[in-house]
Design a protein around this ligand. Structure first.
Ligand SMILES: Nc1ncnc2c1ncn2[C@@H]1O[C@H](COP(=O)(O)OP(=O)(O)OP(=O)(O)O)[C@@H](O)[C@H]1O
Ligand SMILES: [Mg+2]
Length: 326
C-alpha cells in the first residue's frame, strides 16, 4: 500500500496585510557578553524614509545584517514586507535591495558589467533594468568605465543601481552618506527621497543626526543596542521642550510678569526681549497666554516665535536624560 502523502504545512502568508515594511519583536543579537541588538521592537511604515539613528557601535550594522539573514538572531522575531523571516526570507529578499557596509564591486570590470553579473543572479527582468538603473542614479555616462576609476560617490550610486535591479519595494542602506562630500550627500538625499516618492520604503542607518532629520520621515534612535525612541520625527519633536522667543519691551517687566507661571522652565533676558524655555508637551495656547499676560501687564509685544529643538538637541536631551537615570 502506498504511503499516505502528507501535505507540507505552509503557514498562510498575506504580506499585503501588513502595514509595516519591517517589523521586529524582541530582536536580539549577542557577541558573547556584548548585546549588539537588544530586544529591538521596530515598526517601519511602508512608503516612508526611515532612519535608524545611533552613535558608533550602537548596533546599526548588526541589526541590518540580522534583518538580511547575514547573521542569525539569538532571540526575537521579524518580518520583512509582511513575510515572516527566516521562514520566507527568499520571497522577502526578492523585493529588497540592500547595501551593507561599503558596496563591493569588481574594480577591473565596468559598472555595467558589475550590474550584469548581479542581474544574472536575479529574475530575467533584472537585465532590462540595468540601463534605467544606471541612468536613474546619474552614472549612465560612466557605465562603461572600470569601477576602479570610480569615486566613492560613484560607487555608492552604483550600489543603489545594484539595489534597483530587483525593482525593490524596500531598500536597506547602511550609512549611505558615509565618505560622501557635501554635494554627494545632497545627491544621495535626493535619490532617497525620489525612491520614496515612487512608493518604495527606504531604511537607512546613520550616525548623522542632521542627515536623518533632512532625509527621513520617521526615525528610531538606538543606543547600545536598544531602541530608545521611535516614531515620526514631527511627533518626537512635538514631545520635546521648545523655546519661545519674545520681542518685547520693557523686558525686565516682562520677566517679572512671567516668572511665576508653571509652564516655563527658564526665562532669559536678551537684547530686545526674552527667551523662554517651555516645558515638554506645552501646547500652542501657551504662546497666546504669554502674549495676553504681557499685553495686560503693560508690556509692548512686537513678535512671538516658537523655536523647536532640532533632532540633534532632542537626541542629546533624550540620551542625557537616560544617562541620568542609570
Ligand atoms: N562580528 C562581530 N564580532 C564581535 N563583535 C561584533 C561583531 N560585529 C559587531 N560587533 C560589536 O557589536 C556592537 C555593534 O556593532 P555595529 O557594527 O553593529 O555598530 P554600528 O552602530 O553599525 O557602528 P558604526 O556607526 O561604527 O558603523 C559593537 O560593540 C561591535 O564591537
Ligand atoms: Mg555600522
Amino acid at each position: 500500500m502506498a504511503a499516505p502523502t502528507v501535505e507540507p504545512v505552509v503557514p498562510p502568508v498575506r504580506p499585503g496585510d501588513s502595514p509595516w515594511a519591517v517589523e521586529t519583536h524582541g530582536l536580539t543579537k549577542r557577541f558573547k557578553d556584548n548585546v549588539a541588538v537588544d530586544g529591538v521592537d521596530l515598526r517601519v511604515p511602508r512608503g516612508c524614509a526611515f532612519g535608524y539613528l545611533g552613535p558608533n557601535g550602537a548596533g546599526k550594522t548588526t541589526l541590518i545584517r540580522v534583518l538580511l539573514g547575514l547573521t542569525h538572531a539569538d532571540a526575537g522575531s521579524m518580518s520583512l514586507l509582511g513575510y515572516p523571516v527566516p521562514a520566507h526570507r527568499d520571497r522577502a529578499l526578492a523585493r529588497i535591495g540592500a547595501i551593507v557596509d561599503e558596496p563591493r564591486f569588481h574594480g577591473h570590470l565596468t559598472g555595467r558589467q558589475n550590474l550584469q553579473i548581479l542581474a544574472a543572479a536575479r529574475e530575467p527582468a533584472a537585465r532590462a533594468r540595468i540601463a534605467p538603473a544606471l541612468d536613474r542614479v546619474g552614472i549612465a555616462h560612466r557605465g562603461d568605465d572600470k569601477v576602479s576609476k570610480y569615486s566613492m560617490g560613484m560607487r555608492q550610486r552604483l550600489g543603489v543601481a545594484a539595489c534597483l535591479l530587483g525593482d525593490p519595494q524596500l531598500l536597506i542602506l547602511d550609512e549611505p552618506m558615509n565618505g560622501l562630500d557635501p554635494a554627494g550627500m545632497l545627491d544621495m538625499r535626493e535619490m532617497i527621497l525620489s525612491l520614496r516618492g515612487e512608493g518604495r520604503t527606504v531604511v537607512l542607518s546613520s550616525h548623522l543626526l542632521d542627515e536623518v532629520e533632512r532625509t527621513c520621515d520617521a526615525v528610531a534612535i538606538v543606543d547600545r543596542g536598544k531602541v530608545i525612541r521611535q516614531g515620526p520625527i514631527a511627533d518626537l519633536l512635538a514631545d520635546s521642550a521648545f523655546e519661545l522667543q519674545v520681542d518685547c519691551s520693557p523686558s525686565d517687566r516682562a520677566q517679572a510678569l512671567l516668572a511665576g507661571t508653571r509652564w516655563q522652565t527658564g526665562i532669559h533676558v536678551e537684547p530686545g526681549g526674552l527667551r523662554i524655555d517651555l516645558a515638554p508637551g506645552t501646547g500652542r495656547e501657551t504662546v497666546a497666554e504669554v502674549n495676553r499676560l504681557l499685553v495686560e501687564g503693560g508690556v509692548s509685544v512686537y513678535r512671538l516665535q516658537e523655536v523647536h529643538a532640532s533632532l540633534e538637541s532632542w537626541f542629546l536631551e533624550v540620551t542625557t536624560r537616560l544617562g541620568e537615570h542609570q
